[in-house]
Design a binder for this molecule. Structure first.
Ligand code: PEP
Length: 250
């Protein structure tokens, strides 16, 4: 049994006061023993507040990014040892905005994943094709190239990796992938994992991400290979985020 996981990627949103109000509300909403793992990804500047409010609850938090090196001359970057001071449990790796806006290549993303695993942190590894790649029939090829970040990861370490299938054309557009397309890709990801990691593939949680809302979340979560959602826009309001998580719990 894979425990479903729903994550809130706030991206570059919320100052500390907003983060505090959000987390207080989310804590109020989530009942004890809620059967879905919830993870909030604030910007770096709100990690302290998030830890203060969510500490001691079942809601986890993580960082949206980290540099693979632990320290050094990397102006503007933040490392995993720095983030561990904020009690993070997760790191997002390979988000399409990092890949496409900031030009992060696959090998750099693989180094981040390695660094997160070495630090004992779980990762959400995001993969997904662009619209032109899907139209050219290359979606699977692109996703498999991105999954190659898992080379050198052991089966034991893989249990600390969540894969988020996020077709780039569905992110922030209000046009989600059709559930059957999401399932087809998730099943193909699981087969790819099974070929390399054997039975451990069955333990890996695969999220769908891209314009998930309370009214469509249930569609994805009933699919056999999808175990949760990575949510951007609709996660910015705690009630909406929890409404998605409740759909997943049903
Ligand atoms: C995301 O950025 O990971 C995402 C899925 O965004 P949205 O839910 O807004 O499409």
């Amino acid at each position: 049994m894979r425990v479903p996981i729903v994550a809130a990627n706030w991206k570059m949103n919320k100052v500390q006061a907003e983060a505090r109000a959000y987390c207080r509300r989310l804590r109020e909403l989530v009942p004890e023993g809620f059967p879905v793992e919830l993870v909030v990804f604030p910007p770096f500047t709100a990690l302290g507040v998030v830890r203060e409010v969510l500490g001691g609850s079942q809601i986890k938090w993580g960082a949206q990014n980290a540099h693979p090196e632990s320290k050094g001359a990397f102006t503007g970057e933040v490392s995993l040892p720095m983030l561990l001071e904020y009690g993070i449990s997760y790191l997002i790796v390979g988000h399409s905005e990092r890949r496409n806006i900031f030009g992060e290549p696959d090998d750099f993303i693989a180094k981040k994943l390695r660094s997160a695993l070495d630090s004992g942190v779980c990762s959400i590894l995001c993969v997904g094709e662009k619209l032109e790649e899907r139209r050219a029939g290359k979606a699977r090829e692109v996703v498999e190239r991105q999954l190659a970040a898992l080379a050198g990861v052991s089966a034991e370490e893989l249990e600390r990796v969540v894969i988020a299938y996020e077709p780039v054309w569905a992110i922030g557009t209000g046009v989600p992938a059709r559930p059957e397309d999401a399932q087809e890709m998730a099943a193909s990801i699981r087969r790819w994992l099974a070929d390399r990691f054997g039975d451990t593939a069955e333990k890996v949680r695969i999220q769908y991400g891209g314009s998930v809302k309370p009214d469509n979340a249930g569609e994805y979560l009933k699919l056999p290979d999808i175990d949760g959602a990575l949510v951007g826009g609709a996660s910015l309001d705690p009630d909406t985020f929890f409404a998605i998580a409740r759909e997943v719990a049903r």
